[in-house]
Design a binder for this molecule. Sequence first.
Ligand code: DGT
Ligand code: CA
Ligand code: CA
Ligand code: ZN
Length: 570
Amino acid sequence: MNNWEIAQIFNEIADLLDILGESPYKSRAYRRAAHKLSNTYLDAFQLSREGRLKEIPGIGDALAKKIQELITTGKLRYYDELREKVPASLRQLLLIPGVGAKTAQIIYQHLKPRDLAELETAAREKRLRELPGIGIKTEEAVLRGLETLASSKQRLLLHHAFAVAGEIKDYLKDLSGITMVKTAGSLRRGRETVGDLDFVAVAHDPLTVIEELANAPFLQELLMAGDCQLSLITKWGIRADISVVRPEYYAAALQYMTGSKEHNEELCVLARRSGWEISEKGIYPGQEGPLPSSEEELYSRLGMLYIPPELREGKGEIQAARRGVLPYLLEECDLKGDLHVHSQWSDGVNTVEELAVEARRRGYQYMAVTDHSKSLHVACGLTEDRIWEQREEIRRINQRFTDFRLLAGIEVEIRPDGSLDFDDDLLAEMDIVVASIHSGFNQDETTLTERVVGAMQNKHVDIIGHPTGRLLGRREPYSIDIDQVLKIAAATGTALEINSSPDRLDLCDRYIRRGKELGVCFAVNTDAHDLHYLDDLQYGVLQARRGWLERNDVINTMTFEQLSDWLQRS
Ligand code: DGT
Ligand code: CA
Ligand code: CA
Ligand code: ZN
């Protein structure tokens, strides 16, 4: 039982409490705990052994006991009791992202859909909107939620995928007989969510290794074991495919298992023309000479530049590689600072000073402290007075450094009516302004687009934070005319954020690439509320690379002096 699984159960408990009409304080406590659990770097399993669960913020005595019970017995009596009180067909409605207890109850009372397919039919036939208290908007939200649910079914977020893949890889590396292991598949390509995990392992005697793997400690169910491949369900409930090949097939197998399917299919057409062979071991020369010893050699012998995994989606990268015009992709070490970070002044957990020290330790030249603004009450948004106090603290801390600067910024609310939380005079005083939407997600496309466009037209706004508002697997992007947003961003010189948080990764790769074509500049930020999440930057970098971005497309690759000039632009 890991943090994420516990969080899922707590969220479900919160929904069940709402359905049963219990005090909203109770459900809120479970939701808050779920949020903390899925966002903390602290490992509940580890802490429970040491009796230190209460170190997780939001976890008191009662919740700690429940977590303890879940971890030691794999079950929770309280949860089972609640489930018994709510019919299964009502419970399944709660699984739809965006459908809360109230909506679920109305749908259940009036329609009693047997399954989600039946609900979808009702929504498509526009029958939901006729129910009391449910309008067109809710009906559309249900349809969107059903789509999200279908597409996200058990797809893993990147940080979970990396964590589980790391454990499997560590085990494989230590297995005698295996000389090398690489992660392949969508995880190697840095896709924003991952369906299953794929590995390529090298061994002189693949068969023996495969036999031995059938006893791997993380194995829950063996799905298939062939001469060079093994498919299994891990104890985390996640599927893994492991290819075990002899050393000479390493490059061919790694290339094949990395995919994507679309990329491979295009590559196969070219390979066949060169007389190469194709099998589940990969694409290789067969009669046409020795096997390539690296992916670089493989691509080169097929007449093209080496294609980084993040580009291998069958979206024009093969043509570009053949013409020799692939981008020099952004790298994490190109980034010289983070331009969207929260402190204790709003809803972050660290002091400004702690952030500065950590940023400097990471070798950053700068970091922007961008706390929330006043109308975001849930996040303790800053009033004008508090902003001035915070500036004073930032000024004091900056005096200590000659090689590092904190920027006094703000994440200003774009309010539902399109206005910003502060007037121009105040915004003009800030070193950097990130403008974001955190409310009114359900407005129509024209209104939402105008809110974002209006913010970009304000000359004090430097960056639009998480531009489409999506939460992977939980909330669809709000409806905005993205092409319009990209064009105005290019015209006004406003940077669009690539939010690195693995449950956002907002913008998505497609929009990034379209934006680059239109001349948009980007900022790869973490939006960290805790300094441990400054590490999320790696996911944002992957996303930027998948959007074909180069160093020059990203403003936080600039030195402090260059960035200062950029921020002064009119
Ligand atoms: P996922 O797991 O849904 O996130 O995405 P992938 O890309 O990891 O897909 P997966 O695990 O089904 O397969 C791993 C790789 O194996 C895939 O990226 C390319 C290769 N592959 C799988 N099926 C096919 C196929 O039908 N044709 C070709 N050419 N390659 C395939
Ligand atoms: Ca996969
Ligand atoms: Ca797979
Ligand atoms: Zn933020």
